[in-house]
Design a protein around this ligand. Sequence first.
Ligand code: NAP
Length: 255
Amino acid sequence: MFTVLILGGTSEAYQLAEALHGSGDSGGCGRRVISSLAGRTAQPRLPAGEYRIGGFGGSDGLVAYLHHESIDAVVDATHPFAGQMRWHAATACATAGVPLLRLERPAWQAGPGDRWSEVDDWPTAVAQLAAAPPARRVLLALGRQELAPFAALDGVHFLIRSVDPPDPMPPFASAELLLARGPFTLADERELLVRHAIDTIVCKNSGGDATDAKLAAARELGVRVLMRRRPPQPDSPTVATVAAAAQWIAARAGN
Ligand code: NAP
């Protein structure tokens, strides 16, 4: 049976598992589909069909897994800011001779009216928040494990939005935690920015439509955005849509 491994943790990965799963057997059309989650969130949404949770143990561990499960194709649908798994997948698939496809949603692009500054790392974002005119009230919409560099800033009030609580919470002088999971609407984001008098948003260029309403609200309200660029990625074949990834698999599986 043709066996596909989806490296997941994104809405696209869930959608692909759903699309491939079919209704009857383990993968539909005589395919076996295994989704892999890193296991970072306490109560992850579970994908359709078979799944496994936890790291593989680097690229060597992934090579061993590919052999053990007789994987025929891998779709790396990890998040645009998951900086490591893509390299491990590229190395492991090259070593094991398994075809690899990267599924990555397009990045957001600044348009007329946007007040974006793009940065490559968080220390640069921190320096820009402190530069004149300094930010005073900032929405941090980024991973709960990425907050620490911002805690060093004095004179700024942070509204921290994350899915799970930071543990431990970095020692911010002034911060408020908002636990929420997207998607967020434009009306909600507008109301949030106004209610908290936010002057700057710090976020990552994740792309997609689940969390882009904050950017439209920022444009409307003239709020500045510090946007982190995506990390580099291996030179793997890449598609932007779930449908294109499903076609790639169908072509390899011969159906
Ligand atoms: P990462 O830096 O690329 O990966 C770190 C390590 O976590 C990898 O070396 C691997 O461990 C393990 N890992 C990552 N994705 C995995 C997967 N799908 N299945 C099994 N192991 C995986 O990734 P990250 O930034 O820590 O993100 C972890 C997960 O959260 C990813 O699945 C990603 O799609 C999802 N996610 C990340 C972000 C983000 O902003 N970074 C946002 C939303 C969702 P081993 O070396 O032991 O194999």
